[in-house]
Ligand binder design. Structure first.
Ligand code: MG
Length: 243
């Protein structure tokens, strides 16, 4: 992974006063919970179809329903039931539908597991910068995860948006009177956390997570520049921002 100069004057991060932080797979583990759910789902429906057919059909249903359900576990549960009904040709049993609902409830109830060093790093960053949590998904679920994380005190603002696109970030900038040149977004998704912010004149730090939902992948990562870098851990951020 490439890293720019440790000197903030050289890496263009010296003007940063406000840091936006993504939540899922940036502060706490999330995609691994979905991965476990997919494994259970394949097992549950193995008498009807093979794993690949199920995965493809489920993804197709989720994409189709995003417009109506948005991101999050509740939408995933409904799409999983819809896919199961359709792939079983209507032979799906109520106990299997119950198993999908139970699986979704367990996902919603899952303990929040912070990534390594996140608690310490967030409290360090909060001493020198204004922190805003910016996440997409289900309002209730994201608020409950933030409460369980023990991190909420560190954030001046929390933004749960339906989509992380330039328009959504522009509205956040407006609401909180943020000058893009002073704003850095940190997250695991190039598509949602980095590209829209760079396009508005903000800076980005990409911290890849080992798993990523296919719909959140982009083909190309921007070249490292004054305003963009890749780190392998959030723990490295305070040193990079230090004057
Ligand atoms: Mg994320």
């Amino acid at each position: 992974l490439s890293e720019l100069s440790q000197n903030p004057k050289e890496n263009g991060m010296h003007s940063i006063r406000i840091i936006g932080l993504d939540a899922d797979d940036t502060l706490w583990h999330n995609e691994n919970i979905f991965e476990q759910a997919h494994i259970r789902y394949r097992r549950l429906l193995s008498e009807y179809h093979d794993a690949q057919t199920l995965d493809e059909a489920l993804l197709k249903t989720e994409k189709k329903n995003l417009r109506l359900y948005g991101y999050g576990i509740k939408g995933f549960m409904l799409s999983a039931i819809e896919t199961a009904i359709s792939l079983s040709g209507g032979r799906m049993r109520t106990k299997e539908i119950q198993a999908i609902l139970d699986m979704g409830k367990e996902m919603l109830d899952h303990p929040v597991e912070l990534l390594d060093g996140v608690a310490e790093t967030i409290s360090t960053l909060a001493e020198s910068h204004r922190l805003i949590l910016i996440t997409k998904g289900d309002l209730k679920d994201q608020q409950s995860k933030l409460a369980k994380s023990g991190l909420s005190q560190a954030f001046s603002q929390v933004e749960v948006v339906t989509e992380k696109n330039p328009d959504a970030y522009a509205k956040i900038f407006q609401r909180h009177e943020i000058v893009p040149a002073e704003f850095l977004m940190v997250g695991n998704s190039i598509k949602s956390d980095i590209l829209p912010v760079l396009s508005l004149g903000g800076a980005g730090v990409h911290i890849p997570y080992h798993l990523q939902w296919v719909e959140d992948c982009v083909e190309e990562t921007p070249e490292p520049s004054e305003r963009f870098m890749v780190l392998d851990s959030l723990q490295k951020l305070p040193a990079i921002l230090k004057k």
